[in-house]
Design a protein around this ligand. Structure first.
Ligand SMILES: *Cc1c(COP(=O)(O)O)cnc(C)c1O
Length: 450
């Protein structure tokens, strides 16, 4: 009897289910095909029909539900509001780009003069103006080159300067950078040999000096960017290494071009080049606040050896990266800079305003103190005082699945949305997202808890 009822309902649903071409003819879906492509719209419609077949939505709602399920773009990457309190979140693509960088990328999307001198009509050096911007921003750099990421910068340096030779490196600087990738493995993969010197906690200039010989390619100094060794420690400064008479390649990691007063322990390209490094390597999408890329700055002869090496072609960056990088270097302060320098009192006020607004719609929200971190392999151990909106723990998953997704973190059973990593102009979007999550949770205005 029960089974018959179910079957009858199923048959009834199937009879009332609209045909695919009828749904596709809905103006919203037909219009979206031009923007997103027919295949993508078709697959959204197919999935929505499947939901109706399973009884999750009524057959009459298929067109509405399909229109609502259309993605914002034809790409699969979805926008996320970073409320984790981690400024450079590797899983969220590290540095958010400035408006200036976004506009420069948009301008470079079509044909652009990335390798052409429009004044003379002849071929020019690829990305010359981005490279010039870097060199201008770092006065002691005679030349600069840009590759795909920080790891590529090291690989290129090792390949061009030390293949078949030795890279002298401290045992205290054999770093794993994340996701199981280790700098020593990366360097050895180029055909260079590692000459490890010193110990985990202590390495002095004398340890390097004793290891240097005719087989030395260069001395490598790596900033321990994602961990800290404290206690009985010693390391050789770049200035000491520069006196050893061989090239010094110094990996600063973070991409700071100049000293950053808020992070006094982070090295910067200008400082380490002034101290005598032959080359500095860094990432573009960490504290520099730009697109993913790897920066190589320093002595003109060495930069040229790297940029003319055959491998350089395999590591070269595209025009969009060059556009965003130049706008980051030349343009106004980046979002990363704004996060780093946000006033904790202002963050607290924003958290209180947001929480009060949400409480007004029946959501259990309050402002809470929080601690933000630089992240992305930068400034380990540094905490930045911050403020968060505290919500019931179950909001975390709902906010993560929303559009836009909002990513917080759960602490002591509460979902904390840290505002240091949220641009102030997105506060209203955060409030909207929490209200939507509240309705989904059944604790929001619709259910009227209060
Ligand atoms: C992040 C980092 C790298 C790797 O840079 P990617 O841009 O992620 O390839 C290398 N060295 C140091 C010191 C770093 O902090």
């Amino acid at each position: 009897m029960h089974r018959d009822t179910v079957t009858a309902t199923g048959a009834d649903t199937r009879r009332r289910l609209p045909r695919t071409d009828v749904v596709l003819a809905d103006p919203r879906l037909a219009g979206a095909a031009g923007r997103l492509g027919r295949t993508l719209v078709r697959s959204v419609v197919a999935r929505t029909l499947e939901r109706a077949r399973r009884g999750e939505i009524p057959p009459e709602a298929v067109a509405d539900a399909a229109a609502a399920a259309l993605p914002g773009t034809a790409g699969g990457l979805r926008p996320v509001i970073n409320a984790t309190g981690v400024l450079l979140h590797t899983n969220l693509g590290r540095a958010p780009l400035s408006k200036a960088a976004r506009e420069a990328m948009a301008a470079a999307c079509g044909p652009t003069d990335v390798e052409l001198d429009l004044a003379t009509g002849t071929r020019s050096r690829r990305g010359a103006s981005a490279v010039a911007a870097l060199a201008e921003a770092v006065p002691p750099a005679e030349a600069a080159h840009v590759v795909n990421n920080g790891a590529a910068a090291l690989v290129l340096a090792a390949t061009a300067l030390a293949a078949g030779k030795e890279i002298v490196v401290s045992r205290g600087e054999m770093v794993e950078i994340g996701d199981g990738f280790r700098l020593p493995d990366l360097l050895v993969s180029t055909g260079a040999r590692l000459r490890e010197v010193g110990t985990t906690n202590r390495t002095g200039a004398g340890d390097y000096a004793a290891a240097i010989g005719p087989g030395t390619g260069f001395v490598l100094k790596v900033h321990p960017s994602n961990f800290r060794v404290t206690g009985f420690t010693r390391s050789a400064s770049v200035a000491e290494l520069a006196r050893l008479g061989v090239p010094v390649v110094a990996d600063i990691g973070s991409g700071l071009l100049r000293p950053e007063p808020a992070l006094p322990d982070e090295p910067d390209a200008t400082g380490w080049l002034r101290a005598g490094a032959s080359l500095v390597t860094a990432s573009g999408d960490k504290l520099l606040g730009g697109p993913q890329c790897g920066l190589i700055l320093g002595r003109a002869d060495l930069v040229r050896r790297l940029s003319r090496h055959p491998l350089a072609r395999a590591l070269r960056v595209d025009k969009l990266t060059l556009a965003a990088l130049e706008a980051t270097v030349r343009g106004p302060a980046t979002p990363v800079h704004a996060m780093l320098h946000a006033d904790p009192r202002r963050l607290r006020t924003r958290a209180e305003d947001l929480a009060a607004e949400l409480r007004g719609t029946g959501i259990d929200a309050h402002a809470a103190d929080s601690e933000a971190a630089v992240g992305g392999g930068g400034a380990p151990g540094v905490t930045l005082p911050s403020a968060a909106v505290s919500l019931p723990g179950e909001y975390a998953a709902r906010l993560r699945r929303g559009t836009p997704a909002v990513l917080g973190h759960v602490e002591d059973g509460r979902c904390l949305l840290d505002l240091r990593t949220v641009p102030e102009e997105q506060d209203a979007d955060v409030a909207d997202a929490v209200r939507r999550a509240g309705r989904a949770a059944g604790t929001g205005p619709d259910e009227g808890r209060g």
